[in-house]
Design a protein around this ligand. Structure first.
Ligand code: PHE
Length: 452
């Protein structure tokens, strides 16, 4: 077993794992993607199904990924090779970590473009461009950013550089300090903004939209989006949490740590919803607007808020850092593998992968303007990558990983891990993973792909 993890050090305090894993989970998925998915999928119905998916799929799979990572303390690719040498699994299983790594890499290519928008908005916030902005003004600000590939390229490049520089360091050093400050600050600022938005916005409609549901709203598409987003938002199914699990202290209960991560992730997402929807309903912004929803609503809030220039500036700095702590986990699988297997310097590995993802990102940012034509299935390149990763690759990666843990890894090997504090709870997790999470992911995603 490679010793390099031990050389880099096991995370000494249990809190550090929780911070780092939450740093990966909390990001644009919570603040940018979750609100628009809520808008597109009927509000309360989506929220309800999403919470169930977190509980029945997200949490058990997250625990499986972390448990496997901590048991073997290696990178996913070497782990599968090692398991196949020990005849625990067939060598063909190596496709699973490869798919996971490729998924993370593809997500990074478009994630960096959206994180770039946040840098662009940071610049606008501190320049005072939001002051007194109207709905039309905010919409045209968003449109004009998307119509400027040059500007988007600049921000995308800056963000990717930050990612490469951070991943190039050791993840432990890069992450632990940042996230400790980031998460509490982000939650505080979201609470302030949500309170303000509930005061100035259309609270009753927003709350009704977010928390009321009816059976007919729960369609297959809603369930598929909810599962896809639960995996995306918890960063599971692509090896990131596996890698962080490998750094985790053996004494800590995986169940408890992962429950906290899921809780923090959900809290941030719901707060983001509470910031955005009161305003959306007050100004009659189209709830189904899609990716523009957050970027059109927020400037209006900052534009009318006393000291909005400062609050807006701080908010977008936090958003960019949250995106950064997520983005670095997307490269971790391949970087750790290249470093441990071929002794390639972490920075060089990160640079190589970063450049490749940056190039794909250029096609993504052009798909918002010059290449806005539909490439396949009525989707442009950005939409295609987004749907391919969230609805196909992440579920596929999560299914393979869970099947590996639930059906192939000897139960005794997992039982030696402190997955749950009490032995009785282990059975619950194991059976839910085996008989609920895996069948649910298979049925819903396969049915979704074939278009039921
Ligand atoms: N969970 C991150 C977010 O919500 C995105 C992410 C997806 C990170 C997959 C790593 C892996 O923003």
């Amino acid at each position: 077993m490679p010793e390099s993890r031990c050389l880099q050090g096991i995370w000494s305090s249990p809190l550090i794992f929780i911070f780092a894993a939450s740093g990966s989970a909390v990001g644009l998925g919570n603040i940018w993607k979750f609100p628009y998915l809520l808008g597109q999928n009927g509000g309360g119905a989506f929220l309800l199904v999403y919470c169930l998916c977190l509980l029945l799929v997200g949490l058990p799979v997250l625990m499986a990924e972390v448990a496997l990572g901590r048991t073997v303390r290696s990178n996913p690719i070497d782990t599968v090779n090692d398991l196949s040498e020990r005849r625990i699994v067939h060598s063909a299983w190596v496709v699973a970590p490869w798919i996971a790594g490729i998924t993370g890499f593809l997500i990074l290519s478009f994630y960096s473009v959206i994180a770039g928008w946040s840098i662009g908005y940071l610049e606008r916030a501190v320049s005072g461009d939001f002051k007194g902005i109207s709905h039309e003004g905010a919409a045209s600000m968003y449109d004009s950013l998307l119509a400027s590939p040059g500007e988007m390229l600049l921000w995308h490049s800056i963000f990717m550089m930050l990612v490469v520089l951070t991943v190039g360091q050791s993840v432990i050093r890069g992450l632990s300090a940042i996230v400790r400050i980031l998460l509490p600050s982000l939650i505080i600022i979201l609470v302030v903004l949500a309170t303000y938005s509930l005061v100035i916005g259309n609270t009753s409609e927003a709350l009704a939209f977010l928390f009321h549901w009816s059976w007919q709203d729960i369609t297959f598409d809603v369930v598929l989006s909810a599962i896809g987003h639960a995996l995306f938002s918890l960063s599971v199914g692509m090896g990131a949490m596996f890698s962080y699990g490998a750094y985790m202290n053996k004494r800590m209960s995986i169940a408890r740590a992962c429950t906290i991560v899921v809780g923090v992730d959900l809290l941030v997402a719901i707060l983001a919803g509470l910031v955005i929807f009161p305003l959306v309903f007050a100004l009659n912004i189209d709830v189904e607007a899609g990716p523009s929803l957050t970027f059109v609503s927020l400037p209006i809030i900052f534009g009318s808020l006393p000291a909005g220039q400062v609050v807006g500036g701080v908010f977008f700095v936090l958003l960019v850092i949250a995106a950064l702590t997520s983005a670095i986990s997307m490269l971790e699988l391949f970087v750790a593998w290249m470093h441990e297997k071929f002794y390639i310097d972490r920075f060089k590995a990160a640079l190589l992968l970063g450049i490749a993802a940056w190039l794909i990102g250029i096609v993504v940012l052009l798909s918002f303007n010059h290449w806005d034509n539909k490439v396949l299935f009525d989707l442009n390149f950005f939409e295609l990558l987004d749907e391919l990763t969230s609805l196909i690759l992440l579920p596929f990666g999560a299914i393979l990983l869970s099947v590996l843990v639930a059906w192939f890894i000897p139960r005794s090997m997992l039982q030696n891990e402190k997955v749950t504090k009490q032995a009785g709870h282990f059975k619950w997790w194991y059976n839910i993973l085996k008989y609920i999470s895996i069948p649910m992911m298979i049925v819903i995603t396969v049915a979704g792909w074939i278009g039921v």
